[in-house]
Design a protein around this ligand. Structure first.
Ligand code: SF4
Ligand code: SF4
Length: 180
């Protein structure tokens, strides 16, 4: 097994050598249409050590961690922790994200959870829109109006507040190796 495959296997906890390319994972993935390659090919590419192709791909950013692939796999291989490991490695190595808006969402989400101990939707979405520059797109005003309605109805709290166990959350972040 090559060094890259060993690294992804260790980080994801998935036994890649059990894959026999039956394609059941690819058949059930709801976001595979936005991947450059079907799911079973992603596994094969890791086995072949195609690190640059994978770390620069859209596929690693389009996985929504639904775990359908793992439920369908006869060998119990879950693509979601594999995609997590690939994304984390791409960020650690400073590779440009093929889907920058998805990375911007991850960053805004983690920053909000870190700051308040839980996500405050209004400020998190504002930070995401600014970072991703989505506010420059034509559909933004419609989305912003939807958000304002939710705020007005009290469905989203206007003011952020910290959770009770914030010190524990701080400890979790301090002990994690999260690089976002
Ligand atoms: S379902 Fe499992 S064994 Fe089949 S191709 Fe996908 S990862 Fe490999
Ligand atoms: S966990 Fe990711 S790769 Fe697996 S089926 Fe869901 S979206 Fe597709």
């Amino acid at each position: 097994m090559n060094a890259f495959a060993r690294q992804i296997q260790e980080r994801s906890g998935q036994n890649l050598s059990r894959c026999y390319q039956c394609k059941k994972c690819s058949g059930g993935c709801p976001t595979a249409r936005w991947f450059e390659w079907p799911n079973h090919s992603v596994v094969r590419m890791i086995q072949r050590g195609l690190k640059d192709e994978l770390l620069g791909s859209r596929a690693i950013w389009m996985c929504i961690t639904c775990e359908t692939c793992g439920a369908r796999c006869p060998n119990g291989i879950y693509l979601s922790p594999i995609m997590d490991a690939l994304r984390a490695l791409a960020v650690e190595e400073g590779r440009p994200a093929a889907e920058p808006a998805v990375l911007a969402f991850h960053k805004a989400f983690v920053a909000s959870a870190k700051r308040f101990g839980r996500v405050h939707e209004a400020t998190m979405l504002a930070a995401f829109m600014l970072k991703s520059r989505l506010f420059l797109q034509s559909g933004f005003l419609g989305e912003a109006a939807g958000g304002l309605k939710l705020l007005a109805r009290g469905k989203i709290p206007f003011r952020p507040s910290s959770v009770k166990g914030k010190a524990q959350i701080d400890r979790i972040f301090a002990e994690s190796d999260l690089k976002l």
